[in-house]
Design a protein around this ligand. Structure first.
Ligand code: VG1
Ligand code: CO
Length: 543
């Protein structure tokens, strides 16, 4: 065993995006790449000496090697202890839970979330702070700043830790505690939901399909749904986490979870369907023949959360990211709840939850969660849906129809134009940004623009500011176009175009969303020239 200080040099581009640092796996495997970033994390938080961290990830290719490097670096940096998920596995919400449960000094999550995995795909590293949430911008900025000056990193030369089963071992002076990745998380879920009622639901013949997409949620879903709630074996499919996700793209949306969509649209489909992403923080839910848009799912969960024991006392407030539809706002207004609109990315919800201002948060990108942890949580959302279905004894379709009748419907869609040439994307964004001030009052496709701006946010808890968070154009009546560049892509630039139109009802609530949004989609093209200028005749992904 030998403590090594390795000389290194700054590597360009180690700037964390919406959710950690994501790059091609081969980039992470390059000389000093992972080591520089991990040392920058330790340095940016005032060193690792005497500290305890949680470590785990979604099991993607290179996770095992990366986990061993991080353990040896933590030991060299004087950490007291690292709590690691068995096999280096931990879903993002489970990692958040362990950080909070054991009051650690933070955690490192190895994941590129919904991005594909494998030697030629993506890898990622994310640091979470002691509250269990993704590092806020001040911390990620400090990490990035450190990557630009780093000259050396510490690493212990020693044999690998044995991560194959629970137990305690030592690496130098540091304790390595390997834990069952599922147990504490499953126990937390039992405190929030009426497992008895959900068990009865399954016992009555209710059928469900959960597509874990060969990613980290498999073991969690199998334990909770099949072992503890009595769902029949085989309810969970693609349940074994694989390094390349078996070639699946673990993004739970209609494009990438097409197998589940196809099954759920059949006449004899299960009653309920769900999928989750690479690291288990996203979810898509479906009823028989019914796709629930993530923004609508957030609104339904907000309106019905009190039906689950963990939320029986009501919600403190709700928050959504700016591009997420205003469906949840209508619920908040009707229930008299405080509501917040934040920039994209879960890190912006942490302060609101820590300050007890909100209980429920969500994003249009298939993510919602509550203050039980400080990350979005895919399986949690599925369990809350199951609890609601068990209590209301209605189908997903009936619940959606009832919701829209009551609150009206926010038709919503996101069109992604992926891997565009970065300069083209910047020109499209820049041109629109420059014209924002001139737009209010003008009419496009028969719709009058009431406001246009580049979204900026001041955190109401600590006053921190975030600017340049997305261009938004709002029309009279609440229809909306939002444009932003993705902060999780690893190739070129991805433009996300978010489209929304509100229909109060009772007429016109049952339209197909792309049809209902047609005038807004046309207005977006007129205003941005996105298709024409990018040379793309249609978006790569429509959700
Ligand atoms: C995307 C989503 C955003 C989400 C983020 C991380 O970011 O739009 O809502 O918080 O991914 O989710 P972007 O910058 O590419 O739009 V995950 O499950 O990939 O950690
Ligand atoms: Co994710």
């Amino acid at each position: 065993m030998h403590l090594n200080q390795v000389a290194t040099q700054p590597i360009e581009g180690q700037k964390p995006g919406t959710s950690g640092l994501r790059k091609k796996t081969k980039v992470f495997m390059g000389p000093h790449y992972l080591e520089n970033f991990v040392q920058a994390i330790f340095d940016a938080i005032g060193g690792a000496t005497g500290k305890t961290f949680v470590l785990g990830g979604d099991g993607r290719y290179f996770s095992h090697e990366a986990a061993q490097v991080i353990l040896r670096m933590a030991a060299a940096n004087g950490a007291a202890k690292v709590i690691v998920g068995q096999g280096a596995l931990l879903s993002t919400p489970a990692a958040s839970n362990l950080i909070r449960l054991f009051r650690t000094d933070g955690g490192i999550i190895l994941s590129a979330s919904h991005n594909p995995g494998g030697h030629d795909e993506d890898f990622g590293v994310k640091f979470n702070t002691p509250n269990g949430g993704p590092a806020p911008e001040a911390v990620t900025e400090a990490i990035f700043a450190r990557t630009k000056t780093i000259q050396q990193y510490g690493i212990l030369e020693t044999v690998d830790a044995d991560l194959s089963g629970p137990g305690v071992q030592r690496m130098g002076d540091m304790v390595v505690e390997v834990v069952d990745p599922v147990a504490d998380y499953a126990a937390l879920m039992e405190t929030l939901f009426d497992f008895g009622a959900i068990r009865e639901l399954f016992a009555s013949g209710f059928r469900m399909r959960f597509d874990a997409m060969n990613a980290v949620t498999g073991p969690y879903a199998t334990e909770v749904l099949e072992n503890r709630l009595g769902a029949p074996k085989g309810t969970v499919v693609h349940g074994a986490p694989l390094p390349d996700f078996g070639g699946m793209h673990p993004d739970p949306n209609p494009t990438w979870a097409h197998e589940l969509i196809a099954e759920m649209m059949q006449a004899d489909a299960p009653d309920f369907g769900a999928a989750s992403d690479g690291d288990g923080d996203r979810n898509m839910v479906l009823g028989r023949g019914v796709y629930v848009s993530p923004s609508d799912s957030l609104a339904v969960l907000a309106a019905n959360a009190h039906l689950a024991p963990g939320y029986a006392g009501g919600l403190k407030g709700v928050a959504r990211s700016m591009p997420t539809s205003a469906a949840v706002d209508r619920v908040a207004d009707a229930m008299g709840l405080p509501k917040y609109e934040t920039p994209t990315g879960w890190k912006f919800f942490g302060n609101l939850m820590d300050a007890d201002r909100v209980t429920l948060c969500g994003e249009e990108s298939f993510g919602n969660g509550s203050d039980h942890v400080r990350e979005k949580d895919g399986l949690w959302a599925v369990l809350l849906w199951l609890n609601i279905l068990a209590v209301r004894k209605q189908s997903v379709g009936e619940i959606m129809a009832d919701h829209w009748n009551r609150y009206g419907r926010n038709y919503y869609s996101r069109h992604d134009y992926e891997a565009l040439d970065a300069s083209t994307a910047n020109v499209i964004m820049g041109d629109l940004r420059a014209r924002l001030d001139t737009l209010p009052g003008s009419t496009v496709e028969g719709m009058r623009i009431s406001s246009a701006d580049d979204f900026a946010y001041t955190d109401p808890v600590d006053g921190s500011q975030a600017t340049g968070q997305g261009l938004r154009i709002v029309f009279d009546g609440g229809s909306r176009i939002v444009l932003r560049i993705s902060g999780t892509g690893t190739e070129g630039a991805t433009i996300r175009l978010y489209l929304e139109r509100y229909v109060a009802g009772p007429e016109g609530l049952g339209e197909e969303p792309q049809k209902a949004l047609a005038p807004v989609i046309r207005a977006a093209e007129t205003l941005t020239g996105l298709r024409e200028r990018s040379g793309r005749s249609e978006p790569d992904v429509v959700t």
